[in-house]
Design a protein around this ligand. Structure first.
Ligand code: PEP
Length: 255
């Protein structure tokens, strides 16, 4: 069981799901199930076009608004991209960077993850930086090496003063959307490795205060065990965040 006094953060990653009208309905479904729960932070990371509707629907609730990506430049000729200040002005408080789907399908690299994280933090957003090994890397016994490298590179030149706005999500790539979950112990061990990297760079107190989420097929059935682990301070939830009943069970487990 966790001994740290730290608020857990449960964040839903909706991916490319939900039109604006569906987003409104989903947020109201989630809110009606978790209203009054104040023991953890709850975030929904919605598609860009849902942001205005989601900002209105989350206003005055305990649900905070997140986006799923951000460009690293402030403005200019970057067709199709969205800047951190645009997100901020629309009421966004959190943004995911470096999700494995972005790394795999959209050419995201450790360098661009770092640039996005810095741009978002400089604009005053909270970032959820995703790291995680592929199946072949786990099988080759290099999980620790991979997540340590990704963590170090993602945090390059990020000053300690900004670390209070950083969350790291450990998401083993083989567990995302597959129904396969890391065991509680394996997930905890890797989150512990990430914490040690942060401790080496920023010191023990920053590392202790850092929220490290687990993500990868977390659901209503397995959330309790994962969230009880010492190094796991929340969850980044894909599929189950689209089901209000299941998402509410996860939020309850984090209270
Ligand atoms: C994710 O998209 O970050 C994720 C963890 O997805 P899922 O919960 O569906 O595995």
């Amino acid at each position: 069981m966790s001994t740290r006094k730290k608020r857990k953060v449960i964040a839903g990653n909706w991916k490319m799901n939900m039109t604006p009208s569906e987003a409104k309905e989903l947020i109201s479904g989630i809110y009606s199930r978790i209203k009054g729960k104040k023991g953890c932070d709850v975030v929904v990371c919605v598609p860009f076009v849902d942001i205005p509707v989601a900002a209105a629907a989350t206003k005055g609730t305990i649900i905070k608004l997140g986006a799923q990506n951000v460009h690293f430049e402030q403005k200019g000729a970057y067709t199709g991209e969205i800047s951190a200040s645009m997100l901020k002005e629309c009421g966004v408080q959190y943004v995911i960077v470096g999700h494995s789907e972005r790394r795999e399908y959209f050419g995201e690299t450790d360098e661009t993850v770092n640039k996005r994280a810095k741009a978002a933090l400089e604009a005053g957003l909270n970032v959820i930086i995703c790291v995680g090994e592929k199946l072949e890397e786990r099988e080759a016994g290099i999980t620790g090496e991979v997540v340590s490298r990704q963590t170090k590179l993602a945090l390059q030149d990020i000053p300690v003063t900004m670390m209070q706005n950083v969350i790291i999500a450990y998401e083993p790539v083989w567990a995302i959307g597959t129904g396969k979950t890391a065991s509680n112990e394996d997930a905890d061990e890797v989150c512990g490795i990430i914490r040690a990297v942060v401790s080496g760079k920023y010191g023990k107190s920053v590392a202790r205060g850092l929220v490290i989420q687990y993500g990868g097929s977390m659901n209503a059935k397995n959330c309790e065990g994962l969230l009880a682990m010492n190094n796991i301070d929340g969850g980044l939830i894909g599929g189950a965040s689209l089901k209000p009943d299941d998402f509410a069970v996860i939020v309850n487990a984090a209270q």
